[in-house]
Design a binder for this molecule. Structure first.
Ligand code: BO1
Ligand code: ZN
Length: 253
């Protein structure tokens, strides 16, 4: 049974040795077993603010060796749906290869082609670094990417730069269009960062509505970037983690 190349360096099975939290009981990602989710009518729609950027504000797009990462301005925030306010710092993607899907979360055992994560920290802390060690410190919004019938012009605003950003570039994406339009339907659970330091301080939202990209766009995502060893940057997802008794809430029935 061949492991995806990304899983071999660094060896994810050994994360727990150097980063104690990676071996903890509140880890992400998870498989969401929809038959076991708990409908929670008090989960209000996720509200985003500041997600429309001025036309002159280009954002830094980076290949950090593990993913493509877009730095977000501090003016972006989650202002509803969570008990507290969370400020955005970055978004990034997880994907597979030409031979398999690469979302981190799975739904009823199904892995999707790719997954976007928009990473936020609680505004009651001064910095991400400070927030990430507190139980209510972080919020990540996740959405699945699937192959659909046509090109997605909003994802294209990022994908068109990938071939020239082996390290750094700039992009001006319509940020709000990278997430589903339906922000009412989602799953919610307590988990962790999916890479070291794996801090168990993330309140996860995984949207029910998926984003559609063309087959060609998905190929561009999977084929364009290389890691520090000059190998294709592929399969940059972590295996699903044990629930250890956790429950997933659903905002819908
Ligand atoms: S994820 O959304 O769970 N895949 C995830 C995983 C790791 C990080 C963020 C999100 N890492 C942290 C780094 C910090 C950095 C921060 C924001 O991302 O540990 O050093 O400041 O980019
Ligand atoms: Zn991620």
């Amino acid at each position: 049974l061949a492991l995806p190349s990304f899983l071999l360096v660094p060896d994810r099975e050994h994360w727990g040795v150097d980063y104690l939290d990676c071996g903890g009981n509140v880890q992400s990602p998870i498989n969401i077993d929809t038959a076991k989710t708990i409908f929670s009518p008090q989960l209000r729609p996720i509200q985003l603010s500041g997600y429309s950027l001025p036309a002159n504000e280009k954002l830094s797009l980076r290949n950090n060796g593990h993913t493509v990462l877009l730095e977000l301005p501090e003016s972006l925030a989650i202002t509803g749906g969570y008990a507290q306010q969370y400020r955005a710092v970055q978004l990034h993607l997880h994907w597979g290869s030409s031979s398999g899907p690469g979302s981190e979360h799975t739904i009823d055992g199904r892995r999707f082609a790719a997954e976007i994560h928009v990473v936020h920290y609680n505004t009651k802390y001064d910095t991400f670094k400070e927030a990430m060690v507190h139980p209510d410190g972080l919020a990540v919004l996740g959405a699945f990417l699937e192959v659909g019938p046509r090109e997605n012009p909003y994802y294209q605003e990022i994908l068109e730069h990938l071939h020239k950003i082996q390290k750094e570039g700039k992009a001006l994406p319509h940020l709000v269009r990278l997430l589903p339009t339906n922000l009412k339907l989602y799953f919610h659970y307590n988990g962790s960062l999916t890479t070291p330091p794996c801090y168990q301080t993330v309140k996860w939202t995984v949207f029910n509505q998926t984003m559609l990209l063309s087959h060609e766009q998905m190929s561009i995502l999977v084929m364009s970037l290389r890691n520090d060893d000059n190998k294709p940057l592929q399969n940059n997802y972590r295996m699903v983690q044990d629930m250890h008794g956790r429950r997933v809430l659903a905002s819908f029935q």
